[in-house]
Design a protein around this ligand. Structure first.
Ligand code: SF4
Length: 506
């Protein structure tokens, strides 16, 4: 048995199911693909949600990841070319570089133009696709914009036709709101789909496993959208409006899972804005759950919430002050006072939380050296007010995202971003605090793939074939007559306008 076959069996053996897959293949055979590792993919709620939806629609669903067996499914070790439907969820731009190795490893030509009627039907969705489907348009037959649940009935009926005829499935799907069919570009922007009544569709883990980044944790989405006003934020635009799930709905989803695992991860862009967060955490902890949360808004981390989370086993909390300077914070639309950040750290320490993770950004508009040094000053103050807390600091460059008020910003050159990040690292180093500095090159690639057009599709394929690293991407760009750096300039066109997002500023 090969090492990858051993890994595959180990991963499957470690999984504990919270449901019984319904689909037996009466609709067809679908591979649900996450273009990164098993550990990352199984931490994606979108993957769990689509798995359930496809299975309930009669598909026999296999999952496929970048590893352990690239190009083959996890469940049956089937080649991707053997499926009727390949459904991708694409969350991160850097994962686009994994698409060609996955597809070609599974015997499926990566570019749509090279595929024929007997190849599987390829569809992709997810935040990457919703923000700007154009770099992926040369690879996929269909791209989905927004949240799939409101049109799921029609979409799954259209996709079901792929088992008999790919062309019939394409034609039926193209009529459905939110579907972008790149070989027949739409006259009007494709409208982002929004699930109005979130309580009707749960979004939660269907399997738990110790083999993910969030080991043995039952993940549940507490709501969609965010009512806050951060100018740089893509989530605020593409998940607008804010829709918290009801407390009863969440408890109904979570309680059965507690029989399988006590670990519950509450996820949501605006977790802290959920009107019943404290009450929900109190109830779950009283019922024996260990509750973890995604990043909390600084001013929402009250002493009581910190105590409840600590009582539920939380050892680490995450906050994103974004900048060290209060006035810059206000200018970027995140009006959080310094005193609230200090109070949150104090509350965490007093509750017995061991580690506070803090996220900051560099390369913000009008940012000065003083602003960057203020990050270290703030971290230094936090250490003074909460000396027993271990502080972990992450610093990443701003990526100007489509559909945000900053979509047209120029990004500083890589060397300049590195210089600014190094200033922060040195200032933190003087305090004896290590920092995790995000890659400036990674920020450039993310910017290019967020703002680029269809010209990047063949480049992604070629770069993926060459190993998918920065050098491969730069080389593939050069051969196509493109420069990654050009995407950092203020864009002249806006390819992402093929999508009508109607975010919170529209
Ligand atoms: S609070 Fe978070 S999710 Fe909400 S707008 Fe700001 S960055 Fe985005």
């Amino acid at each position: 048995m090969s090492p990858s076959q051993t890994d595959r069996r180990r991963l499957l053996a470690a999984e504990r199911y919270l449901w019984t897959p319904a689909g037996r293949g009466e609709t067809g055979h679908a591979a649900l693909i996450f273009p990164n590792s098993y550990a990352v993919g199984m931490s994606s709620l979108a993957l769990h949600t689509l798995w359930r939806l496809l299975s309930e629609a009669g598909w026999e669903v296999d999952r496929a990841f970048l590893d352990p067996q690239r190009g083959y499914s996890l469940e049956h070790e089937a080649r991707l070319s053997d499926f009727d439907l390949l459904a991708f969820t694409c969350a991160y731009e850097l994962d686009y570089l994994h698409l060609a190795p996955l597809l070609e490893g599974g015997g499926v030509p990566a570019l749509r133009a090279d595929r024929g009627p007997r190849d599987p039907l390829l569809i992709a969705g997810g935040p990457g696709v919703t923000q700007n489907p154009e770099p992926l348009a040369p690879l996929f037959d269909l791209l989905f914009i927004g949240e799939v649940e409101p049109v799921w009935e029609e979409l799954q009926a259209a996709l079901a036709r792929s088992a008999e005829s790919k062309q019939a499935a394409l034609e039926a799907a193209a009529e459905i709101p939110g579907v972008y069919r790149p070989d027949e570009p739409p006259e009007e922007p494709v409208t982002r789909q929004v699930l109005r009544e979130v309580n009707l569709f749960p979004s939660a883990s269907v399997v738990v496993t110790p083999e993910t980044e969030l080991s043995d944790m039952f993940l549940v989405e507490v709501g969609r959208g965010c009512p806050q006003t951060c100018e740089f934020c893509l989530a605020r635009q593409i998940y607008h409006p804010f829709r918290p799930r009801s407390r009863d709905n969440l408890l109904e989803t979570i309680r059965p899972a507690l029989a399988v695992t006590p670990r519950v991860g509450l996820l949501g862009a605006a977790l802290s804005d959920h009107p019943h967060l404290l009450e929900l955490c109190e109830t779950l902890v009283a019922e024996g759950a260990q509750v973890s949360t995604s990043s909390l808004r600084v001013d929402a981390l009250t002493p009581r919430l910190a105590q409840v989370l600590a009582a539920g086993g939380a050892r680490t909390l995450t906050l994103a002050p974004e900048t060290g300077n209060e006035s810059l914070r206000r200018r970027i639309g995140k009006p959080i006072a310094q005193e609230h950040i200090l109070a949150a750290a104090r509350a965490a320490e007093e509750a017995g939380i061991a580690t506070l993770k803090l996220y900051f950004m560099v390369a913000l508009p009008e940012e000065t050296e003083e602003d960057r040094l203020a990050i270290a000053e703030l971290v230094g103050e936090l250490r003074e007010v909460a000396p027993r807390l271990r502080l972990e600091v992450g610093v990443s460059p701003l990526v100007p995202k489509p559909h945000t008020p900053w979509e047209g910003l120029a990004m500083p050159p890589v060397a300049e971003i590195r210089r600014r990040s190094a200033q922060v690292r040195r200032a933190l180093g003087k305090l004896g605090i290590a920092s995790d500095i995000g890659s400036a090159r990674g920020g450039l690639v993310e910017t290019a793939l967020s703002r680029g057009g269809q010209e990047l599709g063949p480049v992604l394929v070629e770069a993926g074939r060459r190993g998918g690293d920065f050098a491969a991407l730069r080389g593939a760009c050069r051969e196509a007559g493109l420069r990654l750096e050009d995407y950092a300039e203020a864009p002249e066109g806006k390819p992402w306008k093929v999508v009508g997002v109607r975010g919170c500023r529209d």
